[in-house]
Design a protein. Structure first.
Length: 215
């Protein structure tokens, strides 16, 4: 099993509920799968560039303009996405570890998604839709938020962004472990909420093992 772990949290683990969920998830995953291969990408150590006009041309113009071939400048602008896309495409599972910032994803994660979830990188696109270039079977989201959010909470812009962006690449199997209520000045039960999420993350690791073993 090949697992790609994308971390979009700049905090040290002892201060990050999301990273603590990742520790629990990967510990359980390794216990259940001694041969698992994990590729860790810390976006703050290997930051993605913003998607600029040259990268947009290189990724998207061949879809909409017959005969467009990316120039050297366009290929250079998309080099990060192409490099990350090669790792992505060989993964069975993708794990995103991230906080919720301003009710959505951190900008650094959005930049990574803009680069990697692009035509000719992780999927092909034509007038009939998209065809995956990857073998990803499952997406795992390990997230923390200061606020307590209910299911389908209108303040949650994070889940829809990730759901629809990855669905464009043909990935619709998404599971989430969420440590909410981590604003300790407001929520006195922050630790117990985190523990519930940690239990859920470890259960997800067990479920992933069972699902991929059966496939």
């Amino acid at each position: 099993m090949n697992v790609l772990h994308i971390c979009a949290d700049p905090k040290p683990t002892e201060e990050s509920a999301a990273k603590q969920l990742a520790v629990g998830f990967f510990r359980t995953l390794a216990e259940r799968n001694p041969d698992v291969e994990i590729t860790n990408v810390d976006l703050y150590e290997n930051p993605p560039p913003f998607l600029d006009y040259q990268a947009i041309r290189g990724f998207w113009f061949p879809v909409f303009i017959d005969g467009h071939k990316p120039t050297d400048d366009e290929q250079l602008a998309g080099a990060y996405g192409i490099e990350q896309g090669e790792i992505f495409n060989q993964s069975d599972v993708v794990v995103l570890t991230t906080p919720m910032w301003n009710y959505s994803v951190p900008g650094i994660l959005k930049s990574w998604m803009d680069q990697v979830l692009s035509p000719s990188v992780t999927f092909n696109m034509d007038k009939n839709g998209t065809t995956p270039l990857h073998k990803v079977k499952k997406l795992i989201l390990l997230v923390s938020s200061d606020d307590v959010l209910s299911q389908d909470d209108e303040r949650d812009a994070l889940t829809p962004v990730i759901t629809h962006a990855f669905a464009l690449a043909g990935i619709r199997d998404l599971s989430i472990a969420w440590a909410d209520g981590q604003y300790t000045f407001r929520y006195t039960d922050a630790e117990s909420r985190k523990q519930v999420a940690l239990d859920a993350a470890e259960e997800l690791a067990e479920e992933v093992t069972e699902e991929l073993s059966a496939s």
